[in-house]
Design a protein around this ligand. Structure first.
Ligand code: ADP
Length: 521
């Protein structure tokens, strides 16, 4: 054990972790400062503060600006850089790369001038084997020596490189987002659920014809909508912000610009965010101008509505004549050729009736006029019955399996329509295979009917669109005829029954279309 009594100056060099250790061991006699025993009290006190501080600190002392620093400062010097050489080194030798930047600041402080303050200043330093862009917030302050004048410069600093970089990354992401919003011609909005005020980007305010500068009351934004849309949209907004909701908001409505009275149809999409107590604290989203698409879509719907009504009368009377003709063919003496042509005409007329039925149903659905007429019946009976209504010409074997006892409450004609559509599709889209399986099962409180074919199948990315209006996987190819309405109508019918509809498929192998209906035992 070393029993040499501790000298007073040693008290000031205590502690300080790695830098304390290095400072104590350093051969100071090799510098102009000489042995620490000779050091002035002002230097010893300052070093004691630096070594024991947890904030990054650095000191230049004396005319040669000999350097000291603490453990907290040390990481800023990186690996394989200036540390530990910087300890005891002359300032000008250590900081060659930035000396022209920092020496005027040091001179200012050493000559009795003001302390400096720099925030997020870029000072590239050599560390980690390269010149790195490093940002600092720092202050240079004088340390008054025994002479009563500044003898050293104390640097209290903080490296802000990560903060500056994160801030820049956020700014960059914001710029990219703004660019995307700009390029996509979108309006954006942000509603504060607490005070009901909302703000939007300038595009949205221009569309609404509202002042560009300030926030808007939600009620004045609602007033910009055409009267028939107001209640529906206000309800959708309320629903999205309600406790327990998934926060999703999706509404299409028409606005009338307050200045030029021009109409625009817009599609709004948004999401409400909820705090831990389940209260909405933010509700924001986008607005898309769909005026043109909406007018194309609307005209198409109107055309379909008019055309299908016009077609209905002649086709119905044609069907009546066909029924009579079929009876005559059965009872009268006619040639085989005649019988064959009547058969063909009848099967094509059936297809035409199906197409017309789809068109009429779409119109009814849009106008909310598809009425439901529920009765109680045996599901297997209905399924068997529906096989008589499909476009079957003995090309396929339809096999019915599963629960023959299930009773359900539903609209017989509408469920028949869904099944006929499923089975017709199964026949149409499996020209190379014969087998079609129809399975009835019970799953909890639901009855399930699944129609499986082993035909062309559907690729995975198309599956989510199958139940959309007018959607066809191969819309331009004319290999399979159709309007892309059957599944849309089926989905609406099943939804009206509070059931579910879905599909599983493997392209080139098989497809299973299914629906469920709630059972009332
Ligand atoms: P479509 O009149 O075109 O048959 P649907 O609404 O009934 O209209 O079906 C939409 C699309 O789904 C079809 O165009 C077809 O591409 C695809 N589809 C439906 N059923 C099947 C099936 N069983 N196998 C493969 N594709 C199918």
């Amino acid at each position: 054990m070393d029993h040499t009594p501790e000298k007073p100056y040693q008290q000031f060099l205590k502690g300080g972790g790695e830098m304390g250790e290095l400072t104590r061991k350093f051969n100071w006699s090799s510098t102009v400062l000489g042995d620490p025993e000779q050091w002035p009290q002002s230097l010893l006190t300052t070093i004691s503060i630096i070594l024991n501080a947890k904030f990054p600190m650095f000191l230049w002392w004396g005319p040669q600006l000999i350097q000291f620093y603490n453990d907290a400062y040390r990481p800023s010097l990186g690996i394989n850089g200036k540390h530990p050489k910087a300890l005891g080194q002359r300032g000008a030798d250590c900081w060659k790369e930035i000396w022209p930047v920092i020496s005027p600041l040091i001179d200012q402080v050493m000559s009795g001038g003001e302390s400096t303050w720099s925030q997020d200043q870029l000072i590239p330093i050599f560390r980690n084997d390269r010149l790195e862009d490093v940002y600092w917030t720092f202050s240079y302050a004088p340390v008054i020596g025994e002479s009563g004048k500044p003898e050293g410069v104390l640097v209290i600093c903080y490296e802000t490189t990560n903060t500056v970089k994160s801030f820049r990354a956020v700014e960059e992401a914001k710029r990219e987002l703004e660019f995307g919003i700009e390029a996509a011609d979108l309006g954006t909005w942000d509603l504060n659920p607490l005070n009901g005020r909302f703000t939007g980007n300038n595009r949205l305010k221009e569309w609404f014809g509202l002042p560009l500068h300030d926030q808007i009351e939600l009620s004045s934004a609602i007033e910009v909508m055409i009267p028939e849309d107001r209640e529906r949209v206000a309800k959708a907004i309320q629903k999205a912000m309600q406790r327990g909701s998934d926060g999703n908001y999706d509404a299409t409505y028409t606005i009338v610009n307050q200045h030029n009275k021009k109409r625009k149809t817009v599609k709004a999409k948004g999401k409400a965010m909820f705090d831990d107590e389940g209260n909405a604290y933010r509700f924001s989203g986008i607005l898309q101008d769909i005026t043109d698409d909406f007018a194309i879509e609307k005209r198409k719907d109107e055309f379909i509505s008019v055309a299908s009504h016009e077609l209905k009368t002649p086709i119905t009377s044609l069907n009546a004549s066909m029924q009579i003709l079929q009876k005559l063919v059965k009872t009268e003496v006619v040639s085989d050729r005649m019988r064959m042509f009547v058969g063909k005409a009848n099967s094509n007329l059936k297809k035409l009736l199906h197409l017309l039925d789809d068109l009429l149903n779409v119109t009814k659905l849009q106008q909310g006029q598809l009425a439901m007429n529920r009765t109680r019946f045996n599901l297997a009976e209905l399924v068997k019955d529906s096989f008589d209504h499909v476009n079957q010409d003995d090309s396929h074997d339809i096999i019915l399996m599963g629960d023959a006892e299930l009773m359900i409450d539903a609209d017989y004609r509408r469920i028949d329509q869904v099944l006929v559509n499923f089975v017709n599709n199964a026949i149409k889209y499996s020209p190379q295979s014969k087998r079609i399986e129809v399975t009835i099962s019970r799953e909890g409180n639901n009855a399930k009917v699944a129609v499986r074919d082993f035909g062309i199948g559907i690729s995975e990315e198309k599956l989510p669109h199958l139940f959309d209006r007018y959607y066809r996987v191969d819309s331009l190819g004319h290999q399979f005829s159709g309007l892309g309405l059957g599944l849309y109508i089926s989905a609406e019918i099943i939804q009206m029954h509070e059931g579910k509809i879905g599909v599983e498929s493997v392209r080139g192998e098989c497809s299973t279309f299914w629906f469920t209906l709630p059972i009332q035992d």
